[in-house]
Design a binder for this molecule. Structure first.
Ligand SMILES: [Zn+2]
Length: 289
């Protein structure tokens, strides 16, 4: 697809509908809802999106999407389910681990169930009531290192949900292949990503689409977006490879529509479509479907 100008969606959750994750829980209650999954794949196809990387879900929808995607002409990378540390962020969508041996077992399960990557929750999300704060705890360095070692040992790249400058640096040190969201990145964490060649999927759409909905404090959302956009510009200057992923499926983030919106927004921030196309191609190479 190089040169055709098509957008890739590098971070979505096919199981979710952009409205309420509880709908997904209902929808996929008796196994993944094939009609739903096909509908989302068709929306991506119609939008001209030929590569999708999913962040996974605990209901089997992402794995099913990967099996069906070929029928829609889509290359589909999937972790099957995201992995999170028990008691931390991720219970609504992921599968928990407590010990390193659980972690090993889960990574082996990802592989056995057709996963092409490991998705790990490394931190919580932004606390909209406390600007700069992130919910949840980042696992210690040893644990992050071990996760990446196990995943790479199975031949799987690692996509890590991570917010906070400190968390990003630790993820980069551990050798993750991509940092997801990465809100509150500072110059040092951006430089670390650039040096290590870590891909960054800043998912600005996830914040943009929450604005004006009366769900969170508008001022906080504006500030978070402003900080993320400044970080994207600085990251680009420092040489970070930035890829287009909207977090479609998350609250107020609609499949396919948000992917195109993300690409446009990133293009405006990075000074044109070329860096966006380049970033997504590098991500696709690192995370083949
Ligand atoms: Zn995700």
């Amino acid at each position: 697809m190089t040169g055709t100008g098509g957008v890739y969606e590098c971070h979505c959750h096919v199981a979710l509908d952009g409205v309420d994750y509880r709908n997904a829980r209902e929808r996929h209650r008796n196994g993944p809802d094939e009609a739903w999954v096909r509908g989302v794949l068709d929306a991506y196809r119609r939008a001209g999106i030929r590569y999708v990387r999913d962040g996974g879900d605990k209901w089997g929808a992402s794995a099913l999407a990967r099996r069906l995607a070929g029928e829609y002409g889509i290359e589909y990378a999937s972790p099957v389910f995201p992995i999170y540390r028990k008691g931390d962020y991720g219970a609504f969508i992921g599968v928990p681990y407590e010990t390193l041996s659980d972690l090993r077992e889960l990574v082996a399960r990802v592989r056995a169930e057709g996963g092409t990557l490991v998705k790990m929750m490394g931190s919580g999300i932004m606390d909209f009531d406390r600007l700069g704060a992130v919910t949840g705890f980042v696992p210690d360095q040893e644990e992050l290192d071990e996760l990446v070692r196990i995943a790479h040992g199975e031949g799987l790249p690692v996509m890590m949900h991570m917010n906070s400058a400190d968390g990003i640096r630790r993820a980069v040190d551990a050798g993750v292949d991509s940092v997801e969201h990465g809100n509150y990145a500072d110059r040092a964490s951006l430089a670390a990503m650039a040096d290590a060649g870590t891909l960054w999927v800043p998912t600005v759409s996830a914040t943009v689409n929450l604005m004006g909905k009366g769900l969170f404090d508008e001022e906080a959302l504006r500030e978070i977006l402003g900080m993320q956009e400044s970080a994207i510009r600085l990251g680009h200057e420092l040489g970070v490879t930035i890829a287009c992923g909207s977090d479609a499926g998350a609250s107020c983030v609609m499949h396919a529509e948000a992917s195109l919106q993300e690409a446009e927004r990133l293009g405006a921030l990075l000074g044109g479509r070329e860096p966006v196309m380049d970033g997504q191609e590098k991500l696709r190479a690192r995370f083949p479907g």
